[in-house]
Design a protein around this ligand. Structure first.
Ligand code: ATP
Ligand code: MG
Length: 287
């Protein structure tokens, strides 16, 4: 069913569709630029495919780096048109078991255009409800900001993975991200959880890298993934060949690290480390 909006028509689905009923939606989030969000979105997605999962990648960044890095041509129906209510999400099949919702530069106008929309924080979630059942994992590449697009990602997600370059000021950035996630949990999406913090571009020889990891582990304890994504030139080269790391250099440390990270993510989700909100509610009622 479609409903009219002041921007056109939009699929009308229950915005409150339970996130547990859909494929597992994970947002790659960090408002700091250049920390490895897109690299992680592509290669966690590709790693999950290696592990036999069916994956949908969503490029939610007007820079369209994910779309460009995979060499996907301009689509008629990108995330921008879908958010404007011009149609449904239209997955592009990039390779077996990996579909992509592409982005384009037009998306840079979306935040302003949608500002007066009722329920503007839930537009992506409504759209996702139509397609997310078809996948094991939906991975959202967020833009380097905490605006409306990022809020849409967070209301649609069950988990957040925070890629973090282990540099000076990384911890301050993390505190801000945690505040935003707490607010979203409180007001918009009680089912949101931080799956973990992933150290990226890590070089064990750099004292600063090791020190920052220690600080983050002190602050975030178990939330820090045991797998660190090492600095690896193949990860930076792969997008120029329009390939993910498993296609470009399957024996690289980048491929090894991202596969390990995927296994850790799956293990963490399956371990029950994240209490289901249903269980939380039951406990609250008991108390
Ligand atoms: P933005 O905020 O602009 O969207 P981002 O957080 O998505 O940036 P990426 O584009 O993934 O960051 O990475 C920034 C740069 O670092 C890219 O050139 C990428 O190829 C490179 N890079 C990412 N991870 C690694 C790594 N582990 N080793 C070497 N280079 C890396
Ligand atoms: Mg990016």
């Amino acid at each position: 069913m479609y409903v009219g909006t002041n921007l056109g028509i939009r699929p009308c689905s229950p915005a409150a569709k339970n996130l547990f009923d859909m494929g597992i939606v994970i947002s790659l989030l960090n408002h700091k630029g250049g920390v490895g969000k897109t690299t992680s979105a592509i290669n966690i997605g590709a790693g999950m495919v290696e592990l036999g999962k069916k994956v949908l990648l969503i490029d939610l960044d007007p820079q369209a780096n994910l779309t460009i890095s995979l060499g996907i041509p301009r689509q008629r129906m990108t995330i921008y048109e879908a958010l404007r209510g011009e149609g449904e999400l239209t997955p592009y099949t990039h390779k077996p078991n990996m579909d992509v919702i592409t982005s384009s530069l037009d998306l840079s106008g979306a935040e302003l255009e949608l500002i007066n929309e009722a329920g503007r924080e839930f537009i992506l979630r409504e759209l996702l409800a139509q397609v997310a059942d078809d996948y094991d994992f939906v991975i959202i590449d967020c833009p380097p900001s905490l605006g409306l697009l990022t809020l849409n990602a967070l209301t649609s997600s069950r988990y957040v993975v925070i890629p973090l370059q282990t540099e000076f000021l990384a911890v301050q950035g993390l505190t801000k991200i945690k505040q935003v996630i707490d607010k979203v949990r409180f007001r918009l999406n009680k089912q949101l959880d931080i799956a973990g913090v992933a150290a990226t571009m890590f070089d064990n020889r750099r004292v600063l890298n090791r020190e920052v990891v220690e600080i983050i582990q002190k602050h975030f304890g178990e939330k820090v993934f045991k797998t660190f994504i090492r600095e690896n030139v193949a990860l930076a080269e792969a997008p120029a060949q329009r390939k993910d790391i498993f296609e470009y250099s399957p024996k690289s440390s980048g491929a090894t690290d991202y596969l390990e990270l995927c296994e850790e993510i799956i293990e963490r989700i399956n371990s029950g480390a994240f209490q289901s909100p249903a269980a939380e509610t039951a406990q609250e009622q008991e108390a």
